[in-house]
Design a protein around this ligand. Sequence first.
Ligand code: SAM
Length: 253
Amino acid sequence: MSQSQVQTDEKKQHFDHIYVADTPVPFKEQILDGLEYVSDNFNRQTFDRLILPWAQQQATAERPLNFVDLAGCFGNTTMATLNGMDFDAIRHNWRSAEAARSIDQPRRFPARTTGIDISANALAYGHAAGLYDETIEVDLNNPAPESQSAVERALSEAEIVISTAALVYLQPEAVKKVIDAFARGGREGYMLVNFLNPFALETADATKRMLLEQLEFVGSMASRHRRMSALEQENYPGEEWSLLEIWVLRRRG
Ligand SMILES: C[S@@+](CC[C@H](N)C(=O)[O-])C[C@H]1O[C@@H](n2cnc3c(N)ncnc32)[C@H](O)[C@@H]1O
């Protein structure tokens, strides 16, 4: 992955070198620890309130739910939502490359997971550690046709899609394709997404409008995300924390 492939708000810090590391340890040390990246506590809280009761009722060993983590990186939000791990439990699990090789807590319901990301290393880790059963390596802003088909199939067959701290990286056409593919699915299904503040608010507004055109709004919460880096604090004087809006949407019908 080259720097030019990743799109991000120019006032937001770039962390691309961390996403392509061999292990999640730099992510743990520089993002989770370094920036007090507490967002997964709130992703989990929202998932537990609005999706988990339904998922636990629906999923069986014979009929696991299809679960997609879109731009999921090393799988921290899968650990939070599917395995029920909080910020401290994820940090402890990722304290060393050795400790990170397996996941400390089991899945809370039967699921078939697909990790989608541009980072081959993050996906390889997620697969080896047992977080991702399947992986799709793809630049969602510039996908090869076969990768785009695989992404669209995974999204339309998914009962649960999580995409956190992620849509901000995607161009509007890519976001639209993601939402269209999920909306096409036939079964009851839920999407958990979040929006970072104060970055790229116009883009987030456009994404919200697209989501509401195709999907039914279920619920939301506001929370802390992480501390802003020194560069970001220069770009947004007076702000110390980046904040999150977490939304859950459902397929219509
Ligand atoms: C901040 S991480 C999100 C990790 C996790 N979902 C969370 O909330 O902490 C953003 C992820 O988006 C991925 N990403 C960035 N641009 C992408 C693109 N064009 N296509 C696919 N994935 C991309 C990065 O590789 C990285 O793993």
